[in-house]
Design a protein around this ligand. Structure first.
Ligand SMILES: C[S@@+](CC[C@H](N)C(=O)[O-])C[C@H]1O[C@@H](n2cnc3c(N)ncnc32)[C@H](O)[C@@H]1O
Length: 266
């Protein structure tokens, strides 16, 4: 996270301008324990820098991929973790680095500037293999992501399929140099029970709902399914007369599961 800008032309050094390194072991440990990685896990650290997170991750025995774009940091980090064969340092851009095809975790303090792009890569695809993530992100960004009612369809899609939790505030003083704003620890876990069919139902529901978020959820679901949804809505705790844009992500997830199971038993 904390990075107010990244010029590809800047000179590497111990403290390149605009990059804020995590300087708190406790914050790194909290982040790692939110995912509890072990030797059976694959963990990706995006924007690994000098390894404030990669180094303690290495000691968990998990297989670690540390992705870092700056060649000078890549060299230093490779040296630092050279005694850990479970760590691979990759010189790459986190926005295009190929994500693992098998189940993986992410533990990272990601640059502010790529937060949205990275979350889009991790949370948008239907076929994502991300199981869990613990991220340090900018405080305001974490608040928007975890709002009880998502502000748009993309956030609703992420928050309905993944449980997004703002765990704690991380004061700016935990970084060197300190950024101007605080950060947050965000944890991300896949919701159980949303299979392929329910995900398709969810996508269709959100498309319809967010086309006219002020319209009642009853009207949106009726349009989508062609059926009267009263019982399905109330059993998921949704007021049928409420605006479609006011439904909470976990309610959308429950509704998609319910509508999908009704469709498959008819
Ligand atoms: C905020 S620092 C965090 C460094 C380290 N994880 C820490 O906590 O101290 C962000 C790091 O991400 C790297 N970075 C910035 N943009 C990147 C990108 N698109 N892909 C990969 N790394 C990037 C920067 O070079 C920097 O090392």
């Amino acid at each position: 996270m904390p990075q107010s800008g990244h010029s590809p032309a800047r000179k590497p050094g111990p403290n390149p301008s605009g990059v804020h390194f995590l300087a708190s072991h406790r914050v790194a440990e909290n982040l790692i324990s939110a995912c509890s990685p072990g030797p059976a896990d694959l963990v990706v650290d995006f924007g690994a820098g000098f390894g404030a997170i990669t180094a303690p991750l290495a000691r968990t025995g998990a297989r670690v991929i540390a992705v870092e774009r700056d060649p000078a940091f890549v060299r230093k980090l490779s040296k630092r973790v050279s005694e850990h064969p479970n760590v691979r340092v990759v010189a790459a851009d986190a926005r295009s680095f190929p994500l693992p095809r098998k189940d993986f975790l992410v533990v990272a303090s990601i640059p502010y500037s790529i937060s949205t792009a990275l979350l889009r890569r991790l949370l948008t695809p239907k076929m994502t293999t991300l199981r869990r993530a613990a991220l340090i992100v900018e405080w305001g960004f974490a608040k928007r992501l975890t709002a009880s009612v998502p502000r748009n369809r993309e956030l609703a899609w992420w928050a309905a399929r993944f449980d997004l939790v703002l765990e704690r505030r991380i004061p700016a003083r935990c970084f060197r140099p300190a950024p101007t704003v605080d950060s947050a620890q965000l944890t991300i876990r896949r919701r159980a029970g949303l299979g392929r069919g329910a995900e398709r139902a969810l996508q269709a529901l959100l498309e319809t709902a967010y086309r006219a978020p002020g319209r009642s959820v009853r009207a949106a679901v009726t349009e989508r399914t062609g059926r009267k949804p009263h019982r399905a809505l109330t059993s998921c705790g949704i007021d049928p007369a409420a605006p479609a844009g006011s439904v909470q992500p976990r309610q959308w997830a429950a509704l998609a599961i319910s509508l999908n199971s009704q469709a498959s038993t008819r």
